[in-house]
Design a protein around this ligand. Structure first.
Ligand code: THR
Ligand code: THR
Lengths: 165, 165
């Protein structure tokens, strides 16, 4: 099926937190996110890839100005889980291609990643849904990444003139 | 802000592919997804966590019956990238909580992960958008995971009776 990317979005002031080496067992994610929920911290992206040898890394983003309370909340979770480490980066931004019918995302990912590749922008994290592909990039590159998405999906054009992918 | 989970979704017959140890440089994601796009393979989830020492793991899911052509496409990408390895699992399913206004997802993640934890279901991958939290679980656990989501978000009730989180 065809899909149409209808827009692009940017969240400029994110911070990324990663809990490394989380035991890959039921309840571990809950331990982390219950502590965060207790502090009423607003989480944006959550990314976890498959575990390796019984451990997984869980990353998530929060508004940059919520980094410190997040690190405090995560520190206690990490300790009680026996996770390996907690890292963070406050120089990141989320950029997204937003679709109208992106149930098949392959063409969108291909085109979006080509554009970012040609602009020399490194993709730090990827997360997707049927209507959205989001990448985390460094903040200095975020505006360029947004411009790239506008260009590769012809978003400055009228919707009827836009190609579908 | 409050948010409402309006529904749950399940994609029962997924297969997960992971390219391990991808060089964490611009163009690497494009190399993988261009090969997949060339084969017209429909990709569902794409998950990448932050890299470590110059390498990152990229996972994605496809319909289970597209696994073999996907492995063929990825094999050549992996080789040209000098990635470490390619792994896969065809015994997985995607289960999601779908929201109406989930711009702040913390309460949803907390509640969803609590339910899965109490049911003893292991979360293999996590990906999110403003309107959705999706987890990859083993296929035998998928129906239970779906039931859990219905229960923790009271999805059998009329919308006006549902709590918001
Ligand atoms: C790693 C973490 O997601 C774990 N598998 C859990 O289910 O909580
Ligand atoms: C790992 C991969 O995402 C790489 N960082 C890229 O930009 O393509």
């Amino acid at each position: 099926p065809n899909m149409a990317v209808g827009g692009a979005a940017i969240t400029m002031n994110e911070a990324r937190i990663t809990v490394l080496g989380v035991p890959d067992v039921p309840g571990a994610s809950f331990e982390i996110f219950s502590r965060i929920a207790e502090q009423n911290i607003s989480v944006d992206m959550i990314v976890q890839n498959v575990g390796d040898e019984g451990h997984a890394d869980i990353s998530f983003t929060v508004p940059r100005d919520e980094l410190q309370p997040t690190l405090d909340a995560v520190a206690s979770a990490s300790q009680s889980l026996g996770a390996l480490d907690v890292t963070h980066d406050e120089n990141v931004a989320k950029v997204s291609a937003v679709g109208l019918g992106m149930a098949q995302q392959t063409g969108v990912a291909d085109r979006m990643f080509r554009g970012l590749s040609e602009a020399g922008i490194n993709i730090q994290m990827i997360t997707t849904s049927e209507i959205k592909i989001s990448v985390l990039v460094s903040r200095p590159e975020a505006q360029t990444a947004l411009r790239v998405i506008h260009e590769v999906f012809s978003l400055h054009q009228e919707p009827t003139d836009r190609p579908t992918f």
